[in-house]
Design a protein around this ligand. Structure first.
Ligand code: MTE
Ligand code: HPA
Ligand code: MOS
Length: 760
């Protein structure tokens, strides 16, 4: 029986649906456990003068109050630049920044004391910069500007027969993992070692940052994560503040300390998807072929660098999306503002890069009064026009066939005609339709991160335990890795189990991110299993009297005879054959010049396409997505059921970003949308009533694990078609060829503004 390419349920599905899957907060609290809460900066920018610690210490239940002065060694959680303090020191950099930590006997007592922050923090207010464009104008960046160029954009723009300029803005997005940030630190060995349970995508980085904060060697700290209730990039770097505070407090006090953040505080403290602003100049011909483009991409990075540099690099490397752009000049500016430090979120800048060219192509099509699908097809990468602006050849040219298959299966042309007829007779409700493609580069865009390790233990009874460096956040990595190992050893899936991620088992792991989790850890686990299988094969050949043996569903066959896998393993144990192994994998062929932004940063691309239809109420601005037809490329899927779930989830999460999730800061820099009451993520009701998902079905031409492709992030970009369908509906309110200036998120207000500016 094939264990891969099979729709087996998520390994934790029964626990998930019965509410019995333990998350970090469910770990039983040992006697003496204390609870931490953070006191937050009441100012967007200021000079910290003093904190009334006496008053805080006098609050009921309070055991200790910690400030920056209590950090034993390095006061930093910046993952790349060392520019982000665990607790504010001297300068207050955003409203919501952790300034002190209260440790109390109960979580409630800790939170009540921490809530006194505005009263106990004495600070001098300084002028705050809240707007990325102002920061850009002042040349304030968290990392130096980045430039990606090919050909002669300036000359080609000047020579282009047609030209358009524009400006556009795109909002940020809160990860809204259902399980909030949490860390639970337990001193071990009389306070000379530490066990940290942390909801994180990056246990190794938590281990390292905690070690630096404590001034310890990493070997004294174990970080464990069995599962997260969602991460979506928000727990790649931003779990660190909580990990460090809980660890410092636990060692200082000699008690286990738990820091579970309230949702509002989670919003106020942590960063999210970078909002972007674009200024573009594009040259094209009468057929809509893009000849040249020059684009400024300005992100709001917030107060520190965090991951803003690789996010911007990915944005620049995804501006091309599925299109051949011969002359291009891109400028990426990561603006420094006095707000939360923006970070990873599903797509990691890729969506912000690719959506820019999609908006531009839409405007070009409207100017030319051509169907945007036609304009897109004319610009697709093709034979001879297959080198990206960063110098990597596009091996698989899937955009054409995706667009053909999808426009046929979704009846694009017929529905466009039908929508035009509907709009002609419907004065209030207007419908629109759009197609967008996706090409998403798979690999961390920092080459060394593309490595993974795994341990496979075959026990003497034939059962198998796998531990790998990836973390489970709901995406199904443990299911896929278990499938890979079961397949390799020819045993039923029921005899393979993945255990919690643990820095004490596999060392120096990368974050589970960039959609590479199953690709990297699947290969590493396969390598480990192959070592064991090779040892077992020798013994089986001897026992069965055959040079050729096969392992199938728990039975070993050869020479017309067979024996149970468990029996072979028992004999191997008695023969003193090692029954466990490590495995290691590095993605081959990657190179990247981070100064020139040139090279081969991606092992391969994942492709996709979406046709989406929307309806707009032109009086209220309310929108609905009526139908979505998604065709997505997951190579030869390891698990189609899980992959389809990722496609549906990514698509709907993308729709939330582009339609309803709006972040609002007031003039004081206070985030006003910090709870589900004011920040609207999509619910089951926002799922389109007709949502069809099909897998593209072509095996990966790159040698990935069983020729599958990564699926975690790319489907989020399918939601572009939802935004453009809404824009198409708005365009039905104006004259032919009008170009509604619809910004994202396309909230009812944004929709009404767009309609007002084109309506006749
Ligand atoms: N799916 C679920 N259910 N929960 C998550 O937090 N995160 C996404 C994606 N799918 C996420 C998810 C993000 S941002 C990434 S990078 C990938 O999963 C990471 O997992 P993978 O590399 O194993 O696909
Ligand atoms: N994705 C997620 N995290 C990362 C990446 C990436 O491409 N590069 C560096 N960290
Ligand atoms: Mo995903 S944004 O790479 O965690």
């Amino acid at each position: 029986m094939m264990m891969v390419c099979t729709s087996v349920p998520h390994e934790s599905a029964p626990l998930h649906v019965t509410g019995r899957a333990p998350y970090t907060d469910d770990i039983p609290e040992p006697a003496g456990t204390l609870h931490a809460a953070l006191g937050l900066s009441p100012l967007a920018h200021g000079r910290l003068i003093s904190i009334d610690l006496e008053r805080l210490r006098a609050q009921p239940g309070v055991v200790a109050v910690l400030t920056a002065d209590d950090v034993p060694a390095e006061n930093n959680i910046g993952p790349l630049a060392h520019d982000d303090p665990i607790l504010a020191h001297g300068e207050l950099r955003y409203l919501g920044q952790p300034v002190f930590a209260v440790i109390a006997t109960t979580r409630d007592a800790a939170r009540r004391a921490a809530a006194l922050a505005p009263q106990v923090i004495q600070a001098e207010a300084l002028p705050a910069r809240l707007n990325a464009l102002e920061a850009h104008a002042a040349g304030e960046y968290v990392v130096p500007p980045m430039h990606l160029a090919r050909g002669d954009a300036t000359g080609a723009l000047a020579r282009a027969p047609l030209r358009l300029q524009g400006e556009w803005q795109l909002g940020g997005q809160e990860q809204f993992y259902l399980e909030g940030q949490i860390s639970f630190a337990m001193p071990q060995e009389g306070g000379t070692a530490l066990l940290l349970h942390c909801s994180t995508q990056h246990p190794s980085e938590m281990q390292q940052l905690v070690a630096h904060a404590l001034g310890w060697g990493s070997h004294r700290i174990s970080v464990q994560c069995r599962r997260m209730g969602g991460g979506f990039g928000g727990k790649e770097s931003q779990s660190a503040a909580f990990a460090c505070v809980a660890s410092i407090a636990a060692l200082r006090l000699g008690h286990p300390v738990k820091l579970r953040v309230d949702r509002d505080d989670d919003f106020l403290i942590t960063g999210r998807r970078h909002p972007f602003h674009y200024r573009w100049d594009v040259g094209f011909d009468a057929d809509g072929r893009i000849l040249a483009a020059e684009v400024d991409l300005i992100s709001n990075a917030g107060h520190s660098a965090d991951l803003s540099a690789p996010v911007m690099a990915r944005a620049l490397c995804h501006f091309d999306n599925a299109y051949w752009l011969p002359n291009l000049s891109l400028h990426g500016y990561s603006a420094r503002t006095h707000t939360q430090s923006n970070t990873a979120f599903r797509g990691f800048g890729g969506p912000q890069g690719a959506l820019a060219i999609e908006m531009i192509l839409d405007s070009v099509a409207r100017r030319l009064r051509l169907d945007p699908l036609l304009v897109r097809e004319r610009n697709f990468y093709a034979q001879g026009q297959d080198i990206t602006p960063y110098g990597q050849r596009v091996q698989e040219l899937h955009a054409q066939s995706l667009a053909k298959r999808l426009s046929y299966s979704s009846h694009y042309a017929e529905r466009r005609a039908e929508i035009a007829a509907f709009n002609a007779r419907s004065p209030v409700l207007k419908r629109g339709i759009a197609f967008t493609p996706v090409k998403f580069g798979i690999s961390f865009n920092v080459a060394f991160l593309n490595q993974a390790g795994a341990l496979v233990h075959v026990y003497a009874d034939g059962s198998v335990l796998v531990n790998h460096g990836g973390t489970e956040m709901g995406q199904g990595i443990n299911t896929k890795v278990a499938q890979v190992v079961a397949h390799e050893l020819g045993v039923p899936l029921s005899s393979v189990r993945c255990s919690a991620t643990d820095t004490a088992k596999v060392a120096n792991t990368s974050a589970t991110a960039a959609s590479t989790g199953a690709d990297l850890n699947g290969k590493a686990a396969q390598a480990a299993a192959q070592v064991i299988k090779a040892r077992l094969t020798s013994l089986a050949s001897e026992k069965l009297g055959s040079a050729r043996v096969s392992f199938v569903n728990g039975v070993v066959h050869g020479n017309g005879r067979n024996m149970p896998f468990s029996e072979l393993v028992r004999l191997a144990y008695l023969r003193r054959i090692q029954l466990w192994s490590d495995g290691f994998y590095t993605t081959p062929g990657l190179s990247w010049d981070k100064d020139k932004l040139q090279g081969h940063p991606f092992y391969y691309y994942a492709w996709g396409g979406a046709v989406v239809e929307a309806v707009v109420d032109t009086l209220t601005g309310e929108t609905r997505i009526l139908q979505a037809d998604l065709l997505h490329d997951v190579g030869a899927s390891l698990n189609p059921a899980i992959d389809i779930g990722q496609i549906e989830g990514g698509f709907v999460q993308g729709l939330g970003w582009l339609t309803s999730e709006e972040l609002v800061w007031d003039t004081q820099g206070r985030l006003r949308t910090h709870a589900p009451s004011t920040y609207k993520i999509p619910t089951a009701n926002d799922c389109p009533p007709v949502l069809k998902v099909e897998l593209f079905g072509a095996a990966n031409s790159a040698d990935t694990i069983h020729r599958s492709k990564a699926v975690g992030e790319p489907p989020l970009l399918l939601a572009f078609a939802g935004l453009l369908a809404i824009k198409d509906a708005c365009a039905a309110c104006g004259p032919i060829g009008c170009d509604p200036p619809l910004t994202a998120p396309a909230t009812p207000e944004a929709v009404l503004r767009a309609i007002d500016s084109v309506a006749v």
